[in-house]
Write a new protein. Structure first.
Lengths: 295, 320, 521
């Protein structure tokens, strides 16, 4: 079921020109990378310094001041419980960023290992792993995640497990694909002939190239994970209230869409900005680590 | 050419263990869900005695292995079992929900192509230019917007504020369907376009720089005709593969959209089945979706092979 | 129900008396009382609701979306009055009770036909009631557990023999599960019959597009002359509340079932739309598992109950529509006691905590159903209100089925729950709630107060309404003192209708008679 990636045909002259142009540029001239670092860095700072950025608490209720519109005291108004929306927006950064970053770890490790073994050793290992990949791949992502969270109960651990169960597949495919190509390179054959063990070859020769592809994918995977977390929050299956989280903020704000539309809109914009930052960071990293592969 | 299609029988054979694997996975998953259909049906009136009696009444107490075996046997006869909640054949439920999801997905695909192809072409014609930057900016934005949020925003702008489209639902006549499905399809298209545009743009740039295009240009062929006849045909090839892969994601992604827009498709059927622990329905829908993804995968490979004479998919390495 | 037929009652036993006050008015203008305009024939009524029906099998179905539909097709012998306090004849015209209170002789209305033209006789009644009894615990059969046998004395008379004196029997017979269907399922199997049920109701089955809508059409054989006015009724599935509102405003729907409370006052002030909060029998409460310390400590329970500001809850969650819940029973149920009970008193709460086994507070978990905005809101407010007592409440969202499963499996500390009556009699609820041996282990609290249990069983068998009232008064006072459940609020039924809809009224049990509804343009 898995198709090997199509060989990309680029006319030689154009390619060399492009590669030279990009690899000669210092990292700080790379627009995407800089933009990505600025945005993601900014978000991390916001997350870390959240308590200092706003005088309100994200969870203390104030039932006399509910559903206020934007004002000098509350720049984005208050929600159904009188909590300051801007404060909750800021504090959500902590939750969504942290879980987004942590959620890629397990799939990254599991997928890379399995994909690596499948690609390097081939044979029956490859067949078994790829059949597993096909089975999991045939499943709609959200169906699996939702069902697993139902089974495991809502909460942070369940989110990690559910996402892990579903996203390891992409890492496996990428790593396997890279190894298949890398294996055939001269330097690998030379290393094996020179007497290096499988493990050494994997780690020292093939590893770095393959890993860089996996890392680049991981950046876009973080985006996808944040989407999943936010979606789960929207469905009421994410982090428990009253913790502020962008998805549950959107869900909570949806019933007031005609009167206090900013409650459902602004958290979504926060997600967009975060994804933009991460995507640029990913593109920038991709330029740095493998300039000839840039799409 | 037929020689290159010889991978098909092998691919179909490969599909069988995958299908079985999917059924096992789905079966396990649906039986791991907490509670059971009897609890779901009884709701607030659930007491241990009532649950026990209703479970017995519904035949829920057989050992798991027996149930799985029965499920497989029925499956081979084309019988997807009976929904416990509705007391009706799952096949019927799936058959009334599937066309809805399919129309949504195809509609979204058509909209995506209408949006992506021109955008990718403009961007590729002058890489690095203003249009290109704008298009690439859009692709990044599109990937960053959570689908359900995009849906809500579209509802807010086009349905609530401007009253141009209905807020949700499916309508009754086929013409109604086109009208009601526009916003949901657009939402899906907005999240699908970035991937298509990226791929199409990249391959278009490569094709534009290639030698045979230079040759065509020197022959005097230019502009739109050049684009359509020479560039697009070749640039589309890797994109076909990507679209095929994404169709699977689309069907899964439509689940969220169906919730936001209240569309009675496979996604809604699935979510309701999960909520009421109706595992025959969960199994039936998951199986149908998985099979759909598998079939689309094979079809994609066939189209891909037909389009690109250089590709020979039967030749994948046995590794060493 | 506009016309109320007066009942001929044998000497010695009167119908259940009108209850004490405590039932709020809440009737919107232009809906319940006899409309000033003349009924107009024709039209298709479109009712939007968020869930689809599940099944038309009246003996094993528990969800309202199904029940509201089947009630238009199949009718019971008796029905509840508009205020929810009395039983009125419907397919029956009257009854007598034997001196030993064990035999009820019920007279059936003549001239009633099923939608297939067949006349209704006692054979159909016996079959219908027996079929429900046969489902036993797997469905609504348990509600007939006091019935020893049903005898068809003659085509228009049915006799019901009881095993023991049972005050709720008429209320039980008014339950939709005991509605009358043709003998032997009109020659079909039960499963086939319920795919297109046949009854004596104002509407008959037309079509069901799963996930989309159910359509019913006028029953030409309906026994009330001139009714129903409507040609057809359509129940549409529209999960999103904003959509329902927009459909109402755009005249694509006539009735919006359960709009969000946050939009309620806006709906009220929208021209051409009437928003009504019909008094209901719904009570929302917190279950406390007495098998888990510290909930076995009465001081802890009373502290929690005293610390909940119910008025604030009603204002914040229901936007002012609804009432603080003070007692086990609800205003729409006979024998409700409006006085005393659980009230908000933070000072008293702190005092109770100080006297309890955990004076410095403790940490516990409250399970709520996911996807329910009102529940989530109420839970968060309660969470904040319990903080001053030192109680840290963690909120755990679970899918509704998993939450019920957790109650059954006894794997919870506190849980959010609600109850709505299905019959106009307290017994269905009180037996569920206070009897540790009553199948639900006292609403899963394992609360066991022998005095309360005894009061409940006496009240079940006491036919005299005055004596029954006294028993239920005592029961309500004791249970409030024990605070085995923390009552939150009584939630009315929210409905929004266009001004073209006339005659639409919802009883406290939640049912409505669509034969009284007509549309003007």
């Amino acid at each position: 079921m898995t198709t090997t990636p199509a060989p990309t045909l680029t006319p030689p002259k154009a390619r060399r020109r492009a590669v030279r142009a990009r690899s000669l540029r210092p990292w700080y001239r790379n627009g995407s990378l800089v933009a990505g670092i600025v945005i993601v860095g900014g978000l991390i700072l916001v997350a870390v310094f959240a308590p200092l950025l706003t005088p309100y608490s994200p969870t203390t209720q104030n039932l006399t001041d509910v559903l206020q519109g934007p004002s000098a005291a509350h720049w984005l108004g208050t929600d159904q419980f009188g909590r300051d929306v801007l404060t909750r927006l800021i504090w959500s950064t902590r939750v969504d960023l942290r879980i987004g970053f942590m959620a890629v770890l397990i799939p990254f490790v599991v997928g890379t290992v399995l994909g690596g073994l499948a690609g390097y050793f081939g044979g029956w290992i490859d067949t078994v792993v790829m059949r597993l990949v096909d089975i999991f791949f045939a499943f709609p992502f959200y169906v699996m995640v939702i069902a697993l969270v139902f089974v495991l109960g809502a909460g942070e651990t369940s989110i990690y497990l559910a996402i892990a169960a579903v996203s390891w597949v992409s890492y496996a495919k990428i790593v396997r694909g890279e190894i298949l190509v890398a294996k055939q390179q001269d330097y690998v054959m030379a290393a094996r002939l020179g007497g290096f063990s499988h493990l050494k070859v994997l780690v020292r020769h093939i590893g770095p190239n393959v890993l860089s592809q996996a890392i680049i994918y991981a950046m876009s995977d973080i985006v996808q994970d944040i989407m999943a977390i936010v979606t789960l929050g929207y469905l009421g299956l994410g982090i428990a209230p009253p913790t502020a989280e962008w998805g549950s903020m959107i869900a909570g704000g949806q019933q007031f869409i005609t009167t206090q539309w900013q409650q459902a809109t602004i958290p979504g914009l926060a997600v967009v900005v975060t994804s933009l930052g991460l995507s640029w960071l990913g593109d920038g990293l991709s330029d740095l680590l493998s300039p000839d592969r840039r799409k | 050419m037929l020689h290159r299609l010889r991978f098909i029988p092998g691919r179909i054979l490969q599909a069988i263990p995958v299908a079985i694997g999917v059924t096992i996975l789905v079966f396990m998953m649906s039986h791991l869900l907490p509670g059971n259909p009897a609890v779901a049906m009884l709701g607030n009136h659930a007491t241990p005695a009532a649950v026990a009696a209703l479970s017995k009444h519904l035949g829920l107490n057989q050992p798991l292995w027996d149930q799985y075996w029965l499920f497989l046997v029925h499956l081979l006869h084309g019988d997807l079992g009976e929904s416990i909640t509705y007391q009706q054949p799952v096949f019927g439920l799936v058959m009334s929900a599937a066309p809805v999801t399919l129309s949504l997905v195809l509609y979204a695909l058509v909209l995506s192509l209408i949006i992506s192809v021109p955008l990718a072409g403009w961007a590729a014609s002058r890489p690095g230019g203003v249009r290109d930057l704008g298009v690439r900016g859009y692709t990044l934005l599109g990937q960053g917007m959570p689908q359900f949020w995009t849906g809500i925003m579209l509802i807010l702008l086009l349905a609530v504020r401007l009253r141009l489209f209905p807020v949700s639902g499916y309508g009754q006549t086929p013409l109604d369907h086109l009208y009601y499905l526009f916003l949901p399809a657009l939402t899906l298209a907005i999240s699908m376009c970035p991937t298509i545009i990226r791929s199409l743009r990249a391959s278009t740039i490569q094709v534009l720089g290639s030698e045979y295009i230079g040759t065509a240009r020197s022959k005097g062929i230019g502009g739109a005709s050049l684009f359509r006849v020479h560039v697009l045909r070749n640039a589309a090839i890797p994109t076909v593969s990507i679209v095929g892969v994404n169709l699977g994601f689309l069907v899964g992604g439509s689940l969220i959209i169906e919730q936001v827009f209240a569309i009675p498709g496979l996604g809604s059927l699935m979510i309701n089945a999960i909520l009421s622990d109706d595992f025959p329905t969960i199994q039936g829908v998951a199986l149908v979706v998985a099979l759909f993804v598998v079939v689309v995968g094979v079809l994609t490979d066939i189209v891909y092979t037909l389009l690109d004479p250089r590709v020979d998919l039967a030749n994948t390495e046995a590794v060493r | 129900m506009k016309k109320k037929l007066r009942v001929l009652i044998a000497a010695g036993f009167a119908a259940i008396p009108l209850a004490l006050a405590g039932c709020g008015a809440g009737v919107a203008s232009g809906s319940a009382a006899a409309s000033s305009s003349k009924p107009v024939d024709g039209g298709n009524l479109v009712i939007d609701r968020s869930n689809d029906a599940v099944s038309m099998n009246k003996t094993t179905t528990f969800d309202n979306s199904s029940i509201y539909v089947m009630e238009q097709i199949m009718e019971p012998l008796f029905t509840v009055s508009n205020d929810g306090k009395t039983i009125e004849p419907w397919l029956a015209t009257g009854y007598t009770v034997s001196a030993n209170k064990l035999t009820y002789t019920i007279k059936l209305r003549s001239g009633v036909k099923f939608s297939n033209g067949q006349p209704m006789t006692s054979a159909d009644v016996k079959f219908s009631i027996d079929q429900n009894t046969a489902t036993g615990q797997a469905g609504w059969g348990y509600i007939n557990s006091a019935i020893k046998q049903v005898v068809a004395v003659n085509p228009l008379t049915v006799q019901i023999d009881l095993k023991y004196a049972w005050a709720p029997i008429l209320a039980d017979l008014s339950l939709f599960a005991n509605a009358i269907i043709p003998n032997n399922y009109a020659g079909e199997t039960a499963a086939a019959f319920y795919q297109h049920p046949i009854g004596t109701g104002p509407f008959e089955w037309d079509v069901w597009k799963k996930g989309q809508y159910i359509k019913l059409v006028k029953n030409p054989h309906y026994w009330q002359p001139g009714k129903p006015y409507l040609n057809s009724v359509q129940f549409d599935v529209v999960p999103d509340a904003s959509t329902r509102q927009l459909q109402l405003e755009g005249n694509q729907a006539d009735i919006d079932t359960f709009p969000d409370w946050s939009t309620f006052s806006a709906l009220k002030s929208t021209p051409n739309i009437t928003a009504t909060a019909f008094p209901s029998t719904e009570i929302d409460y917190l279950t406390m598992n007495e098998k888990v310390a510290p909930f076995s400590d009465i001081h802890v329970r009373q502290a929690i109950s005293d610390a909940i500001n119910r008025t604030a809850l009603v204002d914040a969650v229901l936007f002012g529509n609804g009432k603080p819940a003070n007692s086990l029973l609800m205003p729409g149920v006979p024998y409700y006691d409006a006085t005393g009970g659980e009230t908000y008193n933070l000072a008293a709460a702190k005092k109770e905590m100080a006297e309890s086994s955990k004076p410095h507070g403790f940490t516990t978990t409250l399970q709520i159903a996911s996807g329910n905005a009102d529940e989530a809101a109420a839970a968060q407010i309660v969470q904040a209100e319990l903080k001053p007592l030192g109680i840290t409440l963690n909120i755990q969202q679970m899918d509704p089925t998993a939450q019920h499963a957790s109650l059954l499996a006894d794997t919870f500390d506190m849980a959010y729950a609600q109850w709505t009556m299905d019959i106009p009699d307290p017994d269905e609820w009180t037996s569920f709630a206070v009897n540790p041996k009553g199948g639900a282990s006292s609403a899963f609290t394992y609360y066991d107060n022998p005095a309360v249990v005894s009061l409940n069983s006496q009240a079940e068998q006491e036919i005299d309404p005055t004596k029954r009232a006294a028993l239920y008064d005592q029961l309500q006072q004791l249970t409030s003192q024990d605070a085995f459940l923390a009552y939150l609020y009584y939630v009315p039924y929210a409905y929004a209708t266009t001004d073209n809809v006339h005659g639409f009224y919802v009883t406290p049990l939640g049912n409505f008679h669509l034969e009284n509804v007509y549309l003007t343009s």
